[in-house]
Design a protein around this ligand. Structure first.
Ligand code: HSE
Length: 438
């Protein structure tokens, strides 16, 4: 049965929630035209006021579950974050036969399999475009537009806060804490920015992308995860001197019958396209058999870009609801029972070039020992910088880019080098990706 009006309930009035209110006010009339009937934000669940967001025209409940219980509401937008209350809220909404739009990557990565199965069972839509890469329409691209492709790999910058911090530290020489505070003020960072910094946020997003790309169940424990907190300002400077930039990458690729999933800071030659994506911009590069290489770039965080993705999903669902049809497309691209696990590639086996930075006593034979220990593992050196000691100092910084080596091979060499008497402290190890062809 077609509808005269579609009612949307918004749960959560943080940065993205207030962006959704703004976009409904700005584009509500156009959304109604697209859908063939009014699409109205009628009920907002917010545990506290947001002074910069005028909600005087809306029914506002302190109890967010009151929005789910509201019989008028057709579509619930979940923007409260977290995985406990948010799970209960989304599950209750789906159980009640309401469609759900969420921006919650932690929820989708951790409990998306159950929620997708529930949505399919209830015949309702569960959409999550805003969960990955903010304003970039990468979920629809993978789930729908590339359906007739076998996807080989995805690589991208998928945390806006991390990219903003690395860019500002490298290009403006700013301090980490100073840039993080600005990212928080601009609404890029999570409420608790730990997940932006330690790589967890990017790992959640990579899990979602890998499911859509490879037809595997969501597996929150799948990726090897390292954050931008393993990058020191001197790494950014040495990388530049060697012709690279450091980006925090998410990589998902098929390797034989296995999948390699990892997020970590990576040196990339500065003339590569992905190396030029700076600030809060995100990028996702997809390689597949029919299209070849596809690169999407856009704002990865912030109120309006993320709210744009939320409102796109709302419109998509509303177009079905308005016509009385059901949007029964599988939530994760394939029906949940058709998703099939694939074994993970061990990070010990993944080959790459490596960046090593160490502090060494300025004494004869130290460099020969280091190159010998790398040579023992069959690893040769591609470039090397040795910074002379500051006057009076007895230690030098040594930076090495190696040829390709496996994770286990380089780790054995690094463990042996760290035993040398000449070594002061531990060695910083970062992978180098050449991105041939991009
Ligand atoms: N904190 C996230 C980021 C927000 O910086 O990418 C968008 O998911």
């Amino acid at each position: 049965m077609s509808k005269q009006r579609i009612a949307v309930g918004l749960c959560g009035l943080g940065t993205v929630g207030s962006g959704v209110v703004t976009l409904f006010e700005r584009h509500g009339a156009a959304l109604a035209t697209r859908c063939g009937c009014p699409v109205e934000l009628t009920h907002i669940g917010a545990r506290r006021d947001r002074p910069d967001c005028d909600t005087s025209g809306y029914n506002v409940s302190r109890d967010i579950f009151a929005v789910v219980a509201d019989p008028e509401i057709d579509i619930i937008v979940e923007l409260i974050g977290g995985t406990t209350t948010a799970y209960d809220l989304v599950a209750q909404a789906l159980e009640a036969g309401k469609h759900v739009v969420t921006a919650n990557k932690a929820l989708m990565a951790s409990r998306g399999n159950e929620l997708a199965a529930l949505a399919e069972q209830k015949g309702v839509a569960l959409r999550f475009e805003a969960a990955v890469a903010g304003g970039i329409p990468v979920i629809k691209t993978l789930r729908e537009s590339l359906a007739a492709n076998a996807i080989d790999s995805i690589a991208g910058i998928i945390n806006g806060t991390g990219n903003f911090i690395l860019t500002e530290m490298a290009k403006a020489g700013r301090a980490f804490e100073d840039v993080l505070s600005e990212a928080q003020a601009l609404g890029y960072a999570e409420a608790d920015p730990t997940f932006d910094i330690d790589g967890t946020d990017a790992a959640h997003k990579l899990v979602i992308l890998a499911t859509l790309a490879f037809g595997i169940p969501l597996d929150i424990d799948g990726p090897f995860t390292e954050g931008i907190n393993s990058v020191a300002p001197e790494d950014l400077h040495f990388a530049e001197e060697l012709g690279y930039v450091i980006k925090h990458l998410g990589i998902a690729q098929r390797v034989g019958g296995q999948v390699d999933l990892r997020v970590h800071p990576t040196l990339i030659p500065r003339d590569k396209q992905i190396a030029t994506v700076d600030g809060v911009l995100n990028t996702v590069m997809v390689r597949s058999d029919a299209v070849g290489e596809l690169v999407l770039v856009g704002p990865g965080a912030g109120a309006l870009p993320t709210a744009s993705a939320v409102c796109g999903d709302v419109t998509d669902i509303a177009q079905h609801v308005a016509r009385g049809t059901t949007d029964a497309r599988p939530v994760l691209g394939l029906p949940t029972q058709a998703l099939q696990s694939l074994p993970r590639v061990s990070r010990d086996d993944v080959q790459s070039e490596w960046y090593l930075r160490m502090v060494v006593s300025d004494q004869p034979g130290a460099m020969a020992d280091i190159t010998r220990l790398l040579g023992n593992e069959g690893i040769s050196i591609e470039s090397l910088i040795q910074r002379p000691p500051k006057s009076g100092a007895k230690e030098v910084s040594v930076v090495i880019i190696t040829d390709r080596a496996s994770g286990s091979g380089i780790q054995r060499a690094v463990d042996a080098i760290e035993q040398l008497e000449a070594l002061a402290g531990s060695i910083t190890m970062l992978r180098v990706e050449a991105f041939e062809g991009s």
